[in-house]
Structure formats: C-alpha cells, structure tokens
Design a protein around this ligand. Structure first.
Ligand code: ADP
Length: 539
C-alpha cells in the first residue's frame, strides 16, 4: 500500500523537481515566498507518503494526499507567476490520481474541478487588483480541462475495473471448479478403493486410466505386480491348469470393445487359486461414442466351491440310489414275468414297477446333471425318421385322450447329431407337451431346414408360462408354481439336460410361451454334409 501511495505521488514530485531545475535559470523564483512554501509543503506531503502506515489506516485514507496536493500546486503556481508558466498544469497529477482511484467517483471529479478552479481564482481574490470578468476568464480553461481529463480517466478506470471484476469472477469460478473436481477425485478414489471388487477403467485405446487396490491384490495372486501386463499373469480356464490365451483375457477383451458378464477365470496357481467372475461395460460420451470400458473382477471362489459341493453331493447320492434301484428293477422284472400271478399281486407289481421307473428316470437325470456336459458322438442321422419314431412312442405312452399329435416334419432331413441323445431331447419335449396340457389340445411337431440348419419345434396348447417363468425354464430344478401346485410329476431337470445336449452339438434351444395358451420349444442342429455316411439307427 505504501509503495502504491509513493508511486502515485512520485510523478508530481519529479515534475516539481523539473520546475526547480528550470528555476535555476530564474533565481528570483526562489525569492518568491508562496513558491517556496508550496515546494516545502509538497516535500512534506511526499515525506508523509513514506512515513504514514497506510496499511493500518482505513483504505480510502490515502486520498488525503492528492486532495492536499492542490494546496502546494496552487502556491507554486501563484509564486511562479509569469516566471515559469504552466505550473498550474501540475493539477493534472492529483486529478488523475483521484479519478483513477475509483473511490467516490462523482466527489473526486467535483473536487478536481473545484480545486483547479480554486487554484486559478483564489489568487485573484487575494490580490489587491480588482476582480473582473476579464481576470476571471483568463485561466478559466484549466478547471474544465482538468474536469475533462478526470472524466476520461474515470471512464477508462471504470471499464478496466469492470473487466477486472469479470476476470476475478471467472478466476473464482475456476477455483471453485478445481476444488470441486479435486473433491470428486478424492471421493472416487475412496469409493473405488473401498469396494471389495477389482476395477480397471480403460480409455478408448485400451490403456488403463484407473485401477483399484483390490485389483492389485488379484494381480499379485496371479504372480503379477503393478507393471506386469495382463498377458503375463497366471490366469487359467475352468480346469485350473490350461492357460487362458491372451486374447481371451478380460482386460484385452474389454480393450477390443467387447461387453461381457460373469466371465469366469481361475487366477493363480492351483495351491492358492481363486475364481474371479469378470464383467465389462462400455463408457460412452454424450454423443454416444465409445470412450473406453470398465472391467470388474469379483471373487466368487466360495460360491463356485459351494456349487461344486452341491453337484458332488447330488452325484454321490444318485450313485448310491442307483445300485439298490437296479436290484429292485431286476427282481421286479423277474416277479412280473412269473406265471399265474394273483390279479391283486399283478396290479400291485404294476404300481411298484411304474414308480420304480420314475425313480430310475430321476436318478438318471440327477446323475446326468451332476456329471456336467454330456458326452456325444455326432453322426449324420435321418432326422425326419428320428422325429417320426419319437412322436409314435409319445403317442403310445400318452394316457391323456384329449391330447392328439400332428407331425409336420419335412422328409429326409439329415442332421449331424448323436441320435440317442437327440431322441432324449425329443422325448422330453413331447412328454412335457403332454404333461403340461392337462386340458388336452394339439401337440404339433415340425422340422425343416432353416438357414443351413435343422430346426425342430414342439408346440402345445397347454398351460403355458408367464414371461417371468420363461426366463428360468432351462435352469436346473426349475418348476413353475402351476406345475408344483397341480402335482404334475417332475423335478425340473429335463429341459436343463436337453439344453446341455443341444448346446453340446453346437446348436441352440429356445422357448416361446403364453400363459394359458401354450408353449413352443424350438431347437436347431447342424445339417450333415452330403458326403457323410447316413446313420439310420438310433443306437
Ligand atoms: P419337469 O417337467 O421334470 O418338471 P423340465 O425341465 O422338463 O422338468 O421342465 C421344467 C419346468 O418347465 C416344468 O416343471 C414346467 O413348469 C415348465 N414346462 C416345461 N415344459 C412346459 C410346457 N410345454 N408347458 C408349460 N410348462 C412347461
């Protein structure tokens, strides 16, 4: 503040020095008392600029200096008289200072004008000579010139101040934005590092832009550090020992723009292996273009262990059931083939036999699901014949007189499939169509070549399913509440097994259904090539 006050006063002081230098050529100037008092007063004011602790005084206090400046200038002008002319122009310095300060603008302009007028007129009134219009208008221009200069400076200062205010406002906003963005970054970092899921964000070129601590732990598990590339990590497939190819690893897949969910991989060596479920989502900008991806890594080891334990339990129990059941079925066959059985005994044996068959089918299904993907031996098969025979068997077994069959299979379709396994799929779809049509109706089977594949559909007019139920229809142990309530026999494994068989062939199976109107199950299998030998028998 002091430096500012001194610097503002300095131009005037330097000009006064110039006047004094000029005065050296006019020695009588120094004999003028008013002039010398003016110079002295000015020196005092300059000294005040240095001495006064302006910082500790109210802000506007410095204005006292330009205000007082008019007095020594007036005295010097009066003293200089005609010896050195133009001393009155020194008023321009306090006028500029007052106008440029930006404080009390109107009062500053008025003061500059009145003080300049005072400098010109006061000597006239003080002098003995008569005051007339001539003497009053002699230096009459000075106050107006000072007023004009003051106004110009004021306008320029005001626009500068307005610009400065805009810049300050922008600076303030920018500062706030920076603080907000730093706060968000801290929040993001805290959240990202406190979740129990590994995270990595990639930019559009696939370079990592954000990772979290949990991911570093997973990478350490797979023998990596922060700098190890994903391709060098010890990541395995489901068997725990076959290395996952680099192109099939999650970050690489995400960098390639793939979106996936629940992609399971086995991280680390067998002794210390964890199963991670990985998923990838795209990040898009406002225009909807891809800006990168986020990949998540979730440790599902315990869940996978629990599911394996469940499958092992089902497999063990089914094995244990199968042995006594085989003995029961063998003896039943022996007993039912005995001659001259009492009718009650024969019908009792019939009931036992039927139930032991159901039990047998259940055990076989349980074993099939516990054993994982079914083994298949695909061979060119006359699919039309296969469907014909399975429909005929279903018609034979059907004990609901309200259900009747229609077969619209195109002739001579040849599929590349394992005939007994596909026969099992057809049996399951046909028996379901009968079971879930308690009110009867038409069961239509159709098969044709579609898009280079064999497509087969089984349609019924039975109970159907809701959209919600439809979503789980191929899951293990899934049963609709209607099936459970109506006590229709079944455990919900047939469709899961059918799906596994069809997919093992490289095919697909889908279902469309409307509650109360019926369902259509459709599966597709590969066509056999013309040069492959046709297998006509099912087994
Ligand atoms: P299961 O018939 O032994 O219960 P599935 O796996 O074959 O087992 O079928 C699973 C469930 O899907 C059935 O319990 C039934 O609720 C439903 N479902 C299957 N097929 C049909 C169908 N054709 N119409 C209506 N519901 C069906």
């Amino acid at each position: 503040m002091r430096a500012r006050v001194v610097l503002s006063q300095l131009p005037l002081s330097l000009t006064v020095v110039l006047v004094l230098v000029g005065g050296l050529f006019h020695p009588d100037l120094f004999e003028s008392q008013p002039f010398m008092i003016g110079v002295g007063l000015h020196a005092v004011l300059l000294a005040l600029c240095f001495i006064v602790p302006w910082d500790r005084l109210p802000y506007a206090s410095f204005l006292i200096i330009p205000l007082l400046d008019f007095i020594p200038i007036g005295l010097m002008r009066h003293g200089a008289g005609t010896v050195i002319t133009g001393v009155g122009l020194l008023t321009v310095f306090p006028v500029i200072w007052l106008a440029a300060s930006g404080l009390y603008p109107r009062a500053a302009l008025a003061t500059g004008f009145l003080a300049s007028l005072g400098i010109v007129w006061v000597p006239l009134f003080v002098a003995d000579a008569a005051v007339n219009s001539q003497s009053l208008t002699q230096s009459f221009l000075l106050p107006f010139i000072m007023l004009a200069i003051g106004i110009t400076i004021r306008v320029m200062t005001a626009s500068m101040m307005a610009q400065q205010a805009v810049v300050e406002e922008k600076d303030h906003t920018l500062q706030k934005l920076l603080e907000e963005s730093a706060r968000r970054e801290r929040l993001l970092e805290t959240v990202v590092n406190s979740v129990d899921i590994g995270l990595i964000a990639l930019d559009e070129a696939g370079r990592p832009v954000l990772t979290n601590r949990k991911l570093e732990q997973f990478r350490a598990l797979a023998g990596g550090s922060a700098d190890t590339s994903e391709a060098d990590l010890r990541i395995f497939q489901q068997d725990g020992s076959s290395v996952t190819p680099a192109a099939r690893r999650p970050t690489r897949r995400a960098a390639d723009g793939q979106v996936f969910s629940d992609y399971l991989l086995w991280w680390g060596d067998l002794s210390n292996q964890r199963v991670l479920s990985t998923s990838s989502r795209l990040m898009t900008n406002q225009a909807g273009t891809r800006e990168g991806s986020v990949v998540t890594f979730n440790d599902v080891t315990e869940l996978v262990r629990a599911l394996n334990a469940k499958d092992e339990f089902v497999a063990t129990v089914s094995h244990e059931l199968r042995t006594p059941l085989t003995a029961i079925r063998g003896y039943l066959e022996l007993l039912t083939s005995m001659p001259d059985l009492e009718p009650e005994v024969a019908s009792g044996l019939e009931v036992v036999s039927r139930n032991s068959e159901r039990l047998h089918k259940l055990v076989v299904d349980l074993l099939a699901t516990a054993e994982g993907p079914p083994e298949i031996t695909p061979a060119p098969t006359n699919f039309s014949d296969l469907v014909g025979r399975r429909v005929a068997t279903a018609e034979e077994r059907n004990n609901n007189p309200l259900v009747h069959f229609e077969n619209h299979t195109a002739p001579d379709l040849v599929a590349l499939c394992d005939a007994p396994r596909i026969g099992q799929v057809l049996d399951n779809l046909l028996s379901n169509a009968i079971k879930y049509s308690p009110g009867g109706g038409r069961v239509t089977v159709s098969a044709a070549e579609v898009d280079g594949e064999v497509e087969c559909s089984v349609t019924d007019q039975g109970s159907g399913m809701s959209a919600e139920e439809l979503r789980g229809v191929f899951s293990k142990f899934f049963r609709t509440s209607a099936a459970r309530n109506a006590a229709i026999p079944g455990v919900g494994l047939g469709l899961a097994i059918s799906k596994a068989i069809v997919e093992r062939h490289g095919g697909t199976i889908t279902c469309r259904s409307v509650e109360g109107q019926g369902s259509t199950f459709t599966f597709r299998l590969p066509l056999a090539h013309a040069d492959q030998d046709l297998q006509t028998q099912e087994s």
